[in-house]
Design a binder for this molecule. Structure first.
Ligand code: SF4
Length: 762
């Protein structure tokens, strides 16, 4: 069985540098990298072929202003960097963030005045770069060579040092440092490197043999080999596929082999070795599985083709069947293996595919164990490289999610969609695999003048039943089940109807509702209640007689109204406002307690008395007997319409009738001094009530009878006036009654008068 280590191949830092070199080369045509981007000849060759050539540190003088130069993942001497910038070189930096962090520590610690010890290879580019950030750095490779410092010292490690070596040195320094506290160490080894080393150690324990792949110039690959070899003697270091093939005679005898690779080893080398080892080994089961998977995914592939190695395939001009690797195309493939870098996939055609770990999962939680060799996989072609095809599974997953959501949206009945195109007769947008067409008439309720106004806008849509989808684009597309007609108007109309139903079902006569005054007309005010226009007639706005609604209400203000009439058939609702307000007499009752002196204007005069307006819509009656201390026969004798008078409220009965007296505000008449007998007689006369004429007595009696009695039965009251409202029918009724009484009294007096005049004549 052949297994590829999870952490095999390009690390993040190297991958970033390689990608950046390729991108810059494509953009500028030709670029230079300072030294090899990675210590691997295959990668260097590949980059050169794509326009990214190497310029050695010793040959930087050959660069010309304007040349594009890339600093690789290991970083660069900062002084050199500045010189290149000063010379007008276009400098791009692909220094790995882990190395950058190391540089920063060195610079900060050095600025503190500490000596700097760098544990690593003094000829390694990363170390050379680090040294430029310290004032007087000392580089050690082995612990026993370290001389204990005499002043505060900070120790950092080259990122590719093994974890064991770092611990060994740390321990050694700790021992020396015991009491002085002069040395502080920083763990600056690369996490990726550490993980890779730990995994290699683990695999070395559990496998029959370990194949370490990569360049012998790569420090971290050499470290991996050291780690593996220390544990498992059957550890082999190969640089190329040829190395592996030439050793197959003994490699094939190992039942369990793991492939590990340094951070600079290209993915396609790992893939090739995996393939050669898998097909060569006597692990028949895996070989068979691989063959079966291949067969399933590539029917045109011949038996002969299957036995070809990756390298053979790359070199071969022989067609494996027509396959156009078009970016964006969705393809199916079979997982060959999965490492920490990504997934190798067998696909149709001459090339194999590679899914970078960043493109493997939608949620970014890539786990190589999730990609089982032989499993079918769907991916989208992202780019076509010389030796392999870059694929993205993430994009396929995103599309699958999109399609799933599209199906959900369609089955939910209503969905939102951004309209991306204006086409003949309407708008178009994409929902998953569906094209959605919205005819112009279905965009809203009413006519759409300019379709462009809706381009890029989100509409709420529902799919139209086939019988309704008659408008818009004609032709084959209509027959396509992925071309659907949708409407926003249907949703809006449905909602309107639901809103109307809810409104009419929840409004009843006598309900108190809130309404906003929208506008006035001659006959009242239009009021919006829950979005519906209702009418409050002018006669229902005030207890007083008004003709202008603005005397009571303001436009755009909200008031409470009572519902007077609901007519769903005609869509009319009548509201009242005055019904929720106090009546003028209720206000007057509070405002004018009995005894209050009020000013008012004489409104109407009858012989029996005068009606005085004391407030808007509130009248009081001054009976003729309450006008003066002197006897007055007819109120017209003392008062005039329009005259302003002061009067005192002497009663306010349950029927809202106000009785006033002017007399009570007038001074008592002065009685002249009389002779003693006369005075005596007057005193006697004062003791007795003044003798009233029989006419006056009768009049008062009848007026008294005409007044309502407190506690009188209701039926008896129905005929009587309810209040002294100006111009009200009740006032008029009472006035008429009193008028009749006066006439009646006068008639009754007539015979007596006649008699008296006859007597006088005699
Ligand atoms: S090995 Fe670590 S430090 Fe070096 S480039 Fe890769 S990620 Fe960066």
């Amino acid at each position: 069985m052949v297994n590829v280590a999870k952490n095999a191949g390009f690390c993040a830092g190297v991958k970033h540098a390689v990608d950046m070199a390729l991108e810059l080369a494509e953009k500028y045509g030709k670029i230079y990298t300072i030294g090899q981007v990675v210590h691997n000849e295959l990668v260097t060759k590949y980059l050169k072929e794509h326009g990214a050539d190497v310029v050695e540190l010793t040959a930087l003088d050959t660069l010309k202003p304007g040349d594009v130069v890339l600093i690789r993942a290991h970083g660069l001497d900062k002084n050199l960097e500045q010189k290149l910038v000063d010379r007008g070189i276009k400098l791009f930096d692909a220094t790995c963030p882990v190395v950058k962090k190391n540089q920063k520590i060195v610079e900060e610690e050095s600025n503190k005045g500490n000596d700097i010890i760098i544990v690593g290879d003094k000829d390694h580019d990363e170390v050379l770069g680090l040294m430029s950030y310290a004032k007087n750095p000392i580089v050690y490779k082995e612990s026993y060579k370290i001389e204990f410092p005499s002043k505060p010292t900070s120790v950092v490690f080259q990122t590719t040092i093994t974890a064991e070596k770092m611990e060994e040195i740390d321990e050694y320094l700790n021992k020396l440092n015991k009491s002085q506290n002069l040395v502080v160490t920083f763990n600056t080894i690369c996490y990726t490197t550490k993980k890779r080393q730990e995994e290699t150690a683990e695999l070395a324990k559990t496998n029959d043999a370990i194949i370490v792949l990569g360049s012998k110039n790569s420090a971290n690959t050499i470290r991996l080999y050291e780690v593996a070899k220390k544990i498992n003697q059957n550890s082999y270091f190969f640089q190329t596929i040829e190395d592996v093939k030439s050793n197959l005679n003994y490699l094939k005898d190992y039942k369990k082999v793991s492939i590990v690779a340094g951070a600079s080893t290209p993915p396609w080398l790992i893939q090739e070795v995996n393939k050669v080892m898998s097909t060569t080994q006597k692990d028949a089961k895996l070989a068979q599985e691989t063959e079966m998977t291949k067969e399933a995914t590539s029917q045109e592939q011949t038996k002969e083709d299957k036995e070809l190695t990756m390298e053979d395939l790359l070199k071969s001009n022989k067609s494996m069947g027509f396959m156009v690797y078009k970016p964006g195309k969705r393809i199916k493939g079979t997982v060959i293996s999965a490492t920490e870098s990504g997934v190798f996939v067998a696909i149709d055609g001459k090339k194999d595919g590679f899914i970078d770990k960043a493109d493997a999962c939608l949620d970014g939680a890539y786990n190589p164990a999730d990609f089982v060799p032989g499993a079918e996989i769907q991916a989208i072609i992202v780019a076509v490289n010389k030796d392999f095809v870059s694929l993205s599974k993430k994009e396929v997953d995103a599309k699958l999610v999109e399609e799933e959501e599209a199906e959900k949206a369609l089955s939910a009945g209503e969905f939102e969609l951004v309209m991306t195109e204006v086409v003949k007769g309407g708008l178009r947008g994409r929902l998953g695999k569906y094209t959605i067409f919205v005819p112009a008439s279905q965009i809203k309720v009413g006519f759409v003048n300019n379709l462009e106004d809706y381009k890029g806008k989100k509409l709420r849509l529902m799919i139209m039943p086939p019988k309704d989808a008659k408008e818009g684009e004609e032709g084959e597309e209509k027959k396509n089940s992925r071309y659907l007609f949708a409407s926003q108007r249907m949703i809006l109309e449905k909602e309107k109807k639901e809103k109307e139903d809810a409104f009419w079902n929840n409004i009843h006569v006598k309900d108190i509702v809130e309404g906003k005054v929208k506008r006035f007309t001659q006959f009242g005010a239009f009021v919006s209640v829950r979005g519906f226009d209702c009418l409050a007639h002018v006669s229902e706005l005030s207890w007083n007689k008004i003709t202008d609604p603005s005397k009571v209400l303001n436009v755009n203000e909200t008031y409470e109204f009572v519902v007077l009439k609901v007519e769903r058939e005609t869509g009319k609702i009548s509201l009242g406002y005055k019904q929720l307000q106090k009546k003028p007499y209720e206000i007057a009752a509070e405002k004018y307690p009995i005894g209050t002196v009020v000013k008012g204007k004489v409104e109407r005069i009858f012989p029996y008395g005068a009606f005085i307006s004391i407030d808007d819509g509130v009248d009081g009656l001054v009976h003729v007997s309450q006008i003066s201390h002197n006897w007055i026969k007819d109120a017209n004798e003392a008062l005039k319409v329009g005259q302003e008078v002061e009067a005192k409220i002497i009663s306010f009965d349950d029927e809202n009738r106000i009785t006033l007296s002017i007399k009570e505000l007038l001074p008592e008449p002065v009685v002249e001094e009389a002779p003693a007998e006369a005075a005596e007689g007057e005193e006697k006369a004062e003791e007795k009530p003044a003798k009233k004429s029989s006419r006056a007595k009768k009049f008062e009696e009848k007026v008294e009878n005409a007044k309502p009695k407190r506690g009188a039965k209701k039926e008896e009251k129905t005929e009587e006036p309810k209040s002294w409202v100006s111009g009200s029918s009740s006032t008029n009724v009472l006035a008429e009654k009193l008028k009749a009484l006066v006439a009646e009294t006068a008639e009754e007096e007539k015979p007596a008068k006649k008699k008296a005049s006859k007597k006088d004549a005699e």
